[in-house]
Design a protein around this ligand. Structure first.
Ligand code: IPM
Ligand code: MG
Length: 362
């Protein structure tokens, strides 16, 4: 298969972790006989420094011409003083909006080898936690009308959803549930918000097309509580842009290391943007300390969701599992009795395991 990939390393640890993911993809390319082409583009603080805009037109052009996008991370204290539209985060929102990536998949998977890193009591995670947060990504309060009054004494943002927007994200959630535990929990605030009442009604309607999937509804405050009370109670969680932002961080923390978790942002068709859910971690940038696993797993998600290369994706995921079970750890997931390694070494270990043919054929 021929794949043209736009690569946005971004800021902070972004370039380091992206480099490991690309090298990993090179091993997959060779092993499975694909042809990958990488085109680099700037976004975030680095793009602002070079061009005065966090998301240059050229970057959008490169992304639109590509089959998918792999992104490291954007942001850092250096750009904190900038206005909203110049901040590195504006690049993320711009990419999501401009590329119509309305479905954000954020798996929160607790690796057996890392159960000790989970902050919850061990009996709550026995047998593993495996939640897929499906977050709406191009609507709601993130993209609704906003403003500040002339006297600057009030400001507002608008939560607005259309039937069509809810239908398409609900469909994504149910389709994913069909490939997993066949349970969808819809999270909203329908006891208060009109937009949530519409959201809930439409999700329930879409559920009619998926009779094998069990649908439940939860208010967001309760969901925040249930996630830490009984995380195994969730399979697929579908929710709005804002609630999904918050709950996906909470779900991520249950897995013990945000450095482990990938994400996919999808639209219609096979195009997607893939990125680790962690940020740019400027405090450890350039010091060979970052965990590259989240970005490597994002590349695996890309192979699976955009290109249907399931065997290749599983091959990477198995390499991660094996490296962890052999007790190799970057600083963020290090504990006594394990081997501490840097970013580069972790990447090398993963690739070594990918290259082991006995292992891959399993
Ligand atoms: C995320 C981030 C972004 C968001 C920020 C950086 C704009 O928190 O991807 O979850 O709020 O969507
Ligand atoms: Mg967030």
């Amino acid at each position: 298969m021929e794949i043209n990939l736009a690569v946005i390393p971004g800021d902070g640890i972004g370039p380091e972790v992206t480099a490991e993911a690309l090298e990993t993809l090179r091993v997959i390319e060779l092993k499975f006989g694909h042809k990958l082409r990488f085109t680099e583009a700037d976004a975030g603080g680095i793009a602002y420094d070079k061009t005065g805009a966090p998301l240059p037109e050229e970057t959008l052009r490169i992304c639109r011409a590509a089959d998918s996008v792999l992104l490291g991370a954007v942001g850092g204290p250096k750009w904190d003083g900038l206005s909203g539209d110049k901040r590195p985060e504006a690049a993320l929102l711009g990419l999501r909006g401009e590329l119509s990536l309305y479905a954000n998949l954020r798996p929160a998977y607790l690796h057996e080898a890392l159960r000790g890193a989970c902050p919850l009591k061990p009996e709550l995670t026995e047998g593993g936690v495996d939640i897929m947060v499906v977050r709406e990504l191009t609507g709601g309060i993130y993209f609704g009308a906003r403003g500040v009054s002339e006297d600057k004494l009030s400001a507002w943002d608008t939560e607005k959803y259309s039937v069509a927007e809810v239908e398409r994200i609900a469909r994504v959630a149910f389709e994913i549930a069909m490939k997993r535990g066949r349970r969808v929990c819809n999270v909203d605030k329908a006891n208060v918000l009109e937009s949530s009442r519409l959201w809930r009604r439409v999700v329930a309607e879409v559920a009619g097309n998926f009779p094998e999937v069990e649908l439940s509804h939860m208010y967001v405050d309760n969901a925040a509580m249930q996630l830490v009370r009984n995380p195994r109670g969730f399979d697929v969680l579908v929710t709005t842009n804002m609630f999904g932002d918050i709950l996906s961080d909470e779900a991520a923390q249950i897995t013990g290391s945000i450095g482990m978790l990938p994400s996919a942002s999808l639209g219609e068709g096979s195009f997607g943007m893939y990125e680790p859910i962690h940020g740019s971690a400027p405090d450890i940038a350039g010091r060979d300390l970052a965990n590259p696993i989240a970005t490597v797993l994002s590349a695996a998600m890309m192979l699976r969701y955009s290109f249907g290369l399931l065997e290749e994706a599983e091959c990477i995921e198995r390499a991660v599992k094996r490296t962890l079970s052999e007790k190799y750890r970057t600083a963020d997931i290090y504990s006594e009795g394990t081997h501490k390694v840097g970013t580069r070494e972790m990447g090398r270990l993963l690739r070594e395991r990918l290259g082991d043919s006995n292992f891959t054929k399993r």
